[in-house]
Design a protein around this ligand. Structure first.
Ligand SMILES: Nc1nc2c(ncn2[C@@H]2O[C@H](COP(=O)(O)OP(=O)(O)OP(=O)(O)O)[C@@H](O)[C@H]2O)c(=O)[nH]1
Ligand SMILES: [Mg+2]
Length: 215
């Protein structure tokens, strides 16, 4: 009996389109970052912060959401050329959606493309978008066991941001446990603890993006 593994097929096709996307970006000297993370962990606010603090890097953004365009409007308002992409019932972006978005963005002169994925720590893991770096944002409000409960996404990421450290005590979260869990899952992972509200860790974060864009 011949069994078709549909899931593997979908991921294989996606990878081919992702490779084409990466080539498209490389030819234009654009570095792309796939920003993944839990719902409400701080993905959009981080892009807003970058808009303010990384003025010498020309950026564009793709804001992935299931249905709304609220994040795309926020990022545009912060001064970044942005296109919103709705996934409908899907809980992640894929390479085909990104390919479409390229055609709707003015990428002339852009050095850094920020792609906000749909908020969750599961579905985006398997889908290469053609990016150069993957980052994952978790925050203390999801609980300090959130890293150990979702290990797969940490395996594939280059950078992990542990956000909302300003309210860790208020929600009884042990930030160092989150750091230790992430490090155990992926010893090569760069980890930055941040508060998008107080500005803690943002210099280090901005530097990471700047080096990627200019490097
Ligand atoms: N106290 C505190 N609040 C934060 C911090 N970062 C983000 N927030 C708040 O958390 C909420 C969610 O932030 P967003 O940036 O919208 O999160 P998101 O990950 O883009 O959310 P989705 O796109 O819905 O998944 C907002 O009310 C932010 O103001 C932080 O470091 N500290
Ligand atoms: Mg968002």
């Amino acid at each position: 009996m011949h069994i078709i593994n549909v899931n593997r097929d979908i991921i294989g096709i996606n990878r081919k389109i992702a490779e084409r996307n990466r080539k498209f970006l490389d030819e234009r000297g654009i570095r792309a970052v796939n920003i993944m993370g839990a719902i409400g962990s701080g993905k959009t606010i981080m892009i807003e912060e970058l808009a303010e603090k990384l003025k010498d890097v020309r950026m564009a953004a793709i804001a992935g959401d299931v249905i709304s365009d609220a994040d795309a409007r926020r990022i545009k308002k912060a001064g970044i050329e942005t296109i919103g992409v709705n996934t409908g019932t899907e809980c992640h972006l894929d390479a085909h959606l990104i390919d479409h978005a390229f055609g709707k963005l003015n990428l002339g002169g852009v050095e850094l493309l920020l792609i906000e994925n749909v908020g969750n720590l599961v579905c985006p893991t398997d889908f290469d978008l053609g990016e150069h770096r993957k980052i994952v944002i978790v925050s203390v409000t999801e609980g300090d066991d959130t890293v150990e409960k979702h290990p797969a996404i940490f395996v594939y990421c280059d950078l992990c941001i542990i956000n909302k450290v300003d309210i860790a005590d208020a929600v009884g979260a042990d930030v160092e446990k989150m750091v230790a869990d992430a490090r155990r899952i992926n010893p090569r992972l760069r980890i930055i603890k941040t508060s998008m509200k107080t500005g803690d860790g943002l210099d280090e974060l901005v530097k990471w993006f700047k080096e990627l864009a200019k490097g």
